[in-house]
Design a protein around this ligand. Structure first.
Ligand code: C2O
Length: 642
């Protein structure tokens, strides 16, 4: 196989992607470089962390995750700091080496340690087919659009504000109080945009209607902020996407956002969706030329440049986050004047999100391959696109937003457990690999083995909810007797063990924020009933999205709204506000895989768990050499492997 060697130097720079200067993370001097690989190639990516050690972070070091890649046989290179590897500390490097067995299509790479994603450590990841594509789509050219949300405050500061006590009674002078990150200051298209609603065009030359003077953060000592050009946005301008009249383009739409679920629209043009999360779907027109894309998701769409030669808006609008300014780029036909479109820029609040029914109708089905079809890429591609097997195991995951009793922190919980990462003494995967028995007896649930767990007694993230250091795992079914819900929310390393060959169906239920957790200490007046949507992402797999709907899931009543014939196969699916989503996947990939809400804020506040899949299978893998060493300052709290 061809070995594709790439070297990345991750470093700190000053950049002004939205014309506002701030510290930013770049790769080889570039914001969001494209990582392109060919199916079957061996990717050898050497990443060097050149970020100064004193740059504020919530978790020192970096790691790179290949979002949407199943990483079969390579769980150590899935890139989750603390879980699969220890992070690459400042001044250190790591070589990631694996065979790309993934389906051809559109993915993304991003940092998966601390909050690096929000400092710019994200970009497109594209897998090209080795030979002819299995599901051929005809087009003349390709364009990639990275649709990101952007703050003027550094990631670590934003994240830390979420870590402070929410409960007023717990706030001290030292701790300070919980503070929301607020909406992003801008939506970027390919790393360029404009802060506020004030300006678009080279040098911020054209004022938009409803322009208000920056209502956002202003650096100390300055009363206003002038648009800044920088290496990442030299002209302080928007992105121009050029097309030739009469040609058809494949647009790869990629959302790595930290918070925003958005609609991306193409003025005056129809677009046809042909793939979702790298999986071909039955082609379908996007209503109104707009595609609804959640954090972590990707869509491939076809756009035919069949309008009058001119300039047209490409714009993105945040959903459910009112007050977020739109993002703008220009679709420019060759030979059109180098100007902004003549129509006024579309304003926020003009595009409705897809309803749950629309989502189900639009992303109706994956293209099923005939079992006789000897498709390129061999087994992986074909197995993934074959028929969904019946479930052998069903679990209910209740999503709540508890207030932790001991610390007064506001968290997100899955089955009442807010994830607390183990101390970074050793990657959890190494622990499983080296000491599976110990892992199974101590880390894997007390609820399974009826033993209290004292393995981790850390105060990572400052969460010390479980006094015993108990790691709680609740395999919740609807049977209250078998699995009584815990009364109080717990912080712990949330592990969901899964045996090889099981077909797991997960019913993810969005409950009212703060409902059902037995927490009576809700501050008076706090609005805790608001619902939020959550893009659920699973590592190590694509999963079938069996169905999704509003209200409380009921297997009988909702049976008719499930698609068990040819459901879409994705790696990130929306859990709607006040609703549920049912996903299914087969345990055929030994490793530790995260399941989490892809909104960074929610993930950081505990909305994740680790699927410990086929622990015996993990033993049979070969642990790669040269993985980063864990920090020497780690305290093991008396665990047996210290
Ligand atoms: Cu792109 Cu764990 O996520």
């Amino acid at each position: 196989a061809t070995v594709r060697k790439i070297r990345w130097r991750v470093h700190l720079a000053t950049g002004a992607p939205d014309c506002f200067e701030r510290p930013i993370l770049l790769v080889n001097g570039e914001l969001s470089p494209v990582l392109e690989v060919v199916q079957g190639d061996i990717l050898e990516l050497t990443v060097r962390n050149d970020i100064p050690a004193d740059y504020p972070t919530i978790d020192p070091g970096i790691s790179i995750h290949f979002h949407g890649f199943n990483m079969k046989n390579y769980p150590w290179f899935d890139g989750v700091g603390g879980i699969e590897q220890c992070p690459i500390l400042p001044g250190k490097r790591m070589t990631i080496r694996f065979r790309v067995n993934e389906m051809p299509g559109t993915y993304q790479w991003h940092g998966h340690n601390g909050a690096d994603r929000m400092d710019g450590l994200v970009g497109p990841l594209i897998v090209r087919p080795r030979g002819a594509p299995v599901v051929p789509v005809k087009y003349d050219g390709e364009r990639t659009l990275v649709l990101n949300d952007w703050w003027h405050t550094e990631a670590a500061a934003l994240a830390m504000s979420l870590n402070r006590p929410f409960d007023a009674a717990r706030v001290t002078k030292d701790s300070g109080a919980w503070a929301w990150t607020n909406n992003p200051q801008s939506l970027l298209i390919n790393g360029r945009g404009f802060y506020g609603d004030c300006a678009i065009g080279p040098g911020g030359s054209t004022a938009l209607p409803n322009c208000t003077v920056p209502q956002y953060w202003v650096p100390p000592g300055r009363s206003t902020v002038q648009p800044q050009a920088s290496a990442v946005n030299p002209g302080c301008t928007h992105t121009n996407v050029t097309v030739a009249a009469g040609k058809t383009y494949l647009f790869r739409l990629i959302s790595p956002t930290a918070l925003v679920h958005q609609s991306v629209c193409f003025e005056g043009h129809e677009v046809t969706i042909v793939a979702a999360d790298a999986v071909p779907i039955e082609p379908i027109k996007a209503p109104g030329g707009c595609v609804d894309i959640n954090s972590g998701q990707r869509y491939d769409v076809l756009l035919k440049a069949d309008q009058r030669i001119g300039n047209y808006w490409i714009y993105t609008q945040a959903q459910y986050r009112n007050g977020t300014p739109n993002g703008y780029a220009v679709l420019r036909y060759n030979r059109a004047p180098r100007k902004l479109p003549t129509t006024p820029p579309p304003q926020p609040g003009t595009v409705a999100p897809w309803t749950t029914e629309q989502t189900a109708q639009i992303v109706m089905s994956s293209v099923l391959l005939d079992s006789k079809d000897k498709s390129a890429g061999g087994g992986v591609y074909r197995t993934a696109m074959s028929k969904m097997p019946p479930a052998t195991l069903t679990m209910l995951l209740n999503i709540t937003q508890p207030l932790m009793n001991q610390t007064g922190q506001l968290r997100w919980a899955i089955n009442n457990v807010a994830m607390q990462s183990p101390p970074p003494c050793e990657a959890l995967l190494d622990l499983v690999y080296e000491n599976p028995k110990w892992f199974e007896e101590n880390v894997v649930p007390a609820s399974l083995y009826n033993k209290p767990n004292t393995a981790f007694n850390s105060s990572a993230l400052g969460v010390q909810e479980a006094k015993s250091g108990r790691i709680d795992v609740f395999l919740t079914t609807n049977d209250k007797k078998k699995n009584p819900p815990p009364i109080y929310p717990t912080a712990g390393t949330h592990v969901l063990p899964l045996k090889k060959g099981e077909v797991l169906e997960l019913v993810i239920q969005n409950l009212n924020a703060n409902s059902n957790n037995g927490d009576y200490r809700v501050p008076a007046g706090a609005n805790r009933t608001a619902q939020e949507q959550h893009p659920f992402h699973l590592h190590g797999h694509h999963f079938w999205v069996v169905g999704s709907g509003l209200g409380i899931y009921n297997a009988k009543a909702n049976a008719s709204s499930l698609n068990t014939v040819n459901p879409p196969l994705r790696d990130t699916a929306t859990l709607p506000q006040g609703g549920w989503v049912v996903i299914r996947f087969k345990a055929d990939n030994p490793g530790l895989w995260l399941l989490h809400c892809h909104l960074f804020m929610h993930q950081f506040m505990g909305q994740l768990l680790v699927v410990a899949e086929d622990i015996e299978g993990i033993q049979k893998l070969e642990r790669p050499k040269g993985l980063p060493e864990c920090p020497a300052t780690c305290v093991y709290n008396g665990a047996p492997w210290s």
